[in-house]
Design a protein around this ligand. Structure first.
Ligand code: FAD
Length: 273
């Protein structure tokens, strides 16, 4: 196996542009490592981003949070400006797996692997985050809904890298809930990320279908009534009716639908409190 280890972003983009599908991007390696150890994939070459310092940054610019693709989950969880300005996001990254995994797994990796049973995608979607993709054709900015197309599938082209995630100024209230059905360090069975602010109400349910689910029409209709318990319960029931859950080792489809109703209601209660 060939191992490319570019020293900076320019070289990384060049290698990605030249080799395309013939190289597999290696970020933290926590997802790739499992696939390779189990013999599910055998990439002929890896493109490691480990030395690309430009991708590790976390900064706030003009009120917007910018997370470099190689920022680790632990770095996001612990960053003072993230904790201060986007506490819901710090919480969502802080609930992933164990400290050992969070110290290595990256922002770009958890979005690019598009594993349905993940925490950050729903949280980032509720906050209106956008992923920045760069390749020979230039740079494009896509929403989380545009990025994640289905099971382990994204819109990232073979010659592109995900370089950054941009999160708009935080809404007035935001909540993240993770429901696990087996162990405290497990991947989620159902997640709910909810945000309420000038942009309105956003509720995103994750881990129960192939990609995060959000129903902005339901949220727009309910946004003005969040103070009323009946309206919160109705929206939770409407979400549970609309989602199309899967069944797996963490819970059947019917179980997930019931959990969805409870977790959406609890998230809305926390938003209204
Ligand atoms: C034991 C364990 C428990 C876990 N529990 C959870 C959990 O509870 N919640 C949760 O959300 N996640 C969980 N995860 C998943 C973890 O968050 C992912 O494994 C991790 O985020 C992948 O990040 P990475 O940097 O290691 O990516 P890698 O394994 O290096 O790469 C993942 C994929 O993304 C591609 N890729 C990576 N970076 C880029 C980029 N910049 N541009 C283009 N493509 C790229 C790679 O080619 C590869 O296909 C768990 C993982 C483990 C091992």
């Amino acid at each position: 196996m060939r191992w490319h280890a570019p020293a900076d972003l320019e070289e990384a983009l060049l290698l990605r542009g030249v080799h395309g599908e013939d190289v597999t991007v290696h970020a933290g390696g926590t997802f790739l490592g499992i696939l390779m150890n189990q013999g599910l994939i055998a990439p002929p070459a890896l493109l490691s981003l480990g030395r690309v310092a430009e991708l590790r940054g976390i900064e706030v610019a003009r009120g917007e949070l910018r997370l470099g693709a190689m920022a680790t989950h632990l770095a996001v969880e612990r960053h003072p400006e993230v904790r201060e300005g986007w506490p819901m996001l710090a919480r969502a990254f802080g609930l992933v797996a164990s400290r050992r995994v969070r110290a290595v797994a990256t922002v770009g990796g958890v979005l690019a692997d598009a594993d349905y049973a993940s925490d950050p995608p729903a949280a980032l979607s509720a906050l209106g985050a956008r992923a920045i993709l760069r390749g020979p054709g230039g740079e494009r900015s896509v929403s989380i809904e545009e990025l994640i197309l289905g099971y382990y599938t994204t819109c990232i082209r073979p010659d592109e890298l995900l370089v950054e995630v941009r999160v708009p100024p935080a809404p007035e209230r935001a909540v993240y809930r993770k429901f696990v059905s087996r162990s405290s360090e497990d991947r989620p069975c159902v997640t709910v990320a909810a945000a309420h602010g000038a942009a309105g109400l956003a509720v995103v349910v994750g881990a129960l279908a192939e990609r995060p689910q959000r129903f902005d029409d339901l949220c727009a209709a309910a946004a003005g009534d969040l103070a009323a318990a009946g309206a919160r319960e109705q929206l939770a029931q409407d979400y549970a009716a609309r989602v199309e859950p899967i069944g797996d080792a963490r819970g059947s489809a019917a179980y997930r639908r019931r959990v969805c109703a409870v977790e959406v209601r609890r998230a809305l209660e926390a938003l209204a409190a």
